[in-house]
Design a protein around this ligand. Structure first.
Ligand SMILES: [Zn+2]
Length: 162
């Protein structure tokens, strides 16, 4: 999915990594030194494959957790498409039972969640849940650690934009 470039940093080898609004790093174009990144590139977008794969950015921390919901107390808002704010990821944690987690376009996936299969919600990605029976779950909200975005780039994509 396309993500706004919010800044640049250097990787371990001193090569340029774009920081995206989702919290992921992205290596795309020709390798240039961070000092050569022009202001013009800020505000551009890059296709983030790690968001498409629902990969939580490295180092993100839980800062808020909802109370426990069940099939009867689930807030109506969770049953229709909604999004988290920029930079905020979610994690649906099922304690018992199952539910369906529907990720809208551009990801376009439906996942059956249970106690051993949490659902990862990318920042700003439209999604909703579907009650399919008796279930207990809560939602955790995660963001980059206080003091700035994570600069860890281990495991980041090195592929070209798609
Ligand atoms: Zn991303």
């Amino acid at each position: 999915m396309d993500r706004t470039i919010t800044g640049f940093c250097a990787d371990e080898a001193g090569l340029l990594v774009a920081r995206l609004a989702c919290g992921h790093g992205w290596r795309g174009g020709p390798a240039v030194a961070p000092a050569d990144a022009t202001q013009a590139e800020m505000g551009g977008t890059a296709a983030c494959a790690r968001c498409d794969r629902l990969e939580l950015p490295a180092g993100f921390e839980v800062y808020k957790t909802t109370r426990l919901f069940n099939q009867d107390t689930v807030p109506k808002g969770l049953l229709a498409d909604h999004t988290t704010r920029r930079g905020v990821w979610g994690r649906i944690c099922v304690l018992s039972g199952e539910l369906d987690y529907v990720v809208a376009a551009p990801v376009d996936q439906t996942l059956r969640l249970g106690p051993s299969t949490p659902g990862i919600i990318p920042a700003e990605q439209p999604h909703h849940v579907v009650m399919i029976g008796v279930v207990e779950f809560r939602v955790e909200f995660l963001r980059a650690p206080l003091g700035g975005e994570t600069t860890s780039t281990s495991g980041e994509d090195s592929g070209l934009p798609r």
